[in-house]
Every structure is written in C-alpha cells, then in structure tokens.
Design a protein around this ligand. Structure first.
Ligand code: IMP
Ligand code: MG
Length: 178
C-alpha cells in the first residue's frame, strides 16, 4: 500500500492540528447555537472523527452518501444519493463535513438539496480543497489545506475504495491509475 504513493503531503499530526484549528473556528462561529454535522461517506470518516473531538457545542451528527465519481479519477458531474439523511434538518444549522472539494459538483448539489429541506444555515467544512479544478462556484467556509491538481489518497480518501485507512495523505503514483 505505502509503496503506491509518490510522496506524503500531510502527516497525521498536521491533519489533527488542522482539525483543531477548524474546530476552534466553528466553536466561535456557532457559540450558543446547536449544529448538526453531516459527514459525507465514506471519505470524511477519519477527518470527521478528529473534527468532532474539537467541537464544544451542543450538536448531533448524521451521514449522507452520494456518488459522482464512478470508479475513475474524474468527476462525472452527476450526483446520486446512495444514503440519505436520517434526521430532519429544517431550522437546523448544518455543517457539511467533506474530505475534498474538487469540481464542486457534489457540494453544490448537496447545498441546494439542504436548502430545499429548509435548513436554517448550511456551511461547508472540508479537509482538502483543490481550487484549480473547480467547475462550479461554491463558498467553502472552513478549509484544512489547499492541494495541487494531483490525485491524493489516505485519511479517508480512496482510489477504487482502497487507501482510506492510511494515517496520512499522499499523492498516488500516476502509474497506479493510468
Ligand atoms: P467533486 O464533486 O468533483 O467536488 O468531487 C468530490 C469528491 O470526489 C470527493 O468527495 C472525493 O470523494 C472525490 N475526489 C476528488 N478528488 C479526489 C482525489 O484527489 N482523491 C480522492 N478522491 C477525490
Ligand atoms: Mg470518493
């Protein structure tokens, strides 16, 4: 597994520090209010766990699973709901927790979907952001790190479902997917 990576971008310590930094900001922004954190499966699981440990608010959690990718490394632009929310979100402050924002198609779909469900507010917290690949404009409120246009795996992020268990984020060798 480790040998399939070209280089390491972020260590577990750096990622945990980012989760603390973002958690502190969310605590300040929502002081005295309730929040529901919605993790997008499956990529957000490791980061969501770290983030939640830094949240000092009355909150609940939920998960959604959508797919836009198929099995390749490029977004198809179509978003399918595989698992929907299990709680209503009307009049709730929602913070979406995501592993990476690439084209922006997934998050712009989900933001619209949550607004249509009458959420009180919807913000996005993502571990990674690839701004160079954006196809749709989207406001991202909390960002761990910007990354260059390379295919990254680890800490929840996968290639064909593998590498999610790596305790760091790295760049996959192109020969693995070419
Ligand atoms: P978007 O809809 O193009 O913004 O795609 C977002 C989803 O694509 C993320 O939730 C990831 O699952 C996946 N994705 C985008 N870039 C990468 C990457 O570099 N590595 C692994 N997954 C990625
Ligand atoms: Mg994925």
């Amino acid at each position: 597994m480790h040998k399939d990576l070209e280089k390491i971008l972020f260590s577990e310590e750096e990622i945990k520090a980012a989760a603390k930094r973002l958690g502190d900001r969310i605590n300040a922004d929502y002081a005295g209010q309730e929040v529901i954190f919605v993790g997008l499966l499956k990529g957000s699981v490791q980061f969501m766990a770290d983030l939640l440990k830094n949240i000092d608010l009355m909150c609940t959690i939920d998960f959604m699973c959508v797919s836009s990718y198929g099995n390749g490394t490029k977004s198809t632009g179509r978003v399918n709901i595989i698992k929907d929310l299990s709680e209503p979100i009307d009049d709730k402050n929602v913070v979406i927790v995501e592993d990476i924002i690439d084209s922006g198609n997934t998050l712009s779909f989900i933001k619209r979907y949550f607004s249509a469900k009458n959420a009180k507010s919807v913000r996005i917290c993502t571990l990674l952001n690839k701004p160079s690949r954006r196809e749709v404009e989207i406001d991202v409120d909390y960002i761990g790190f910007d990354v260059p246009d390379e295919f990254v795996v680890g800490y929840g992020l996968d290639y064909q479902e593998y590498y999610r268990n790596l305790p760091y984020i790295g760049v996959l060798k192109p020969e693995i997917y070419e």
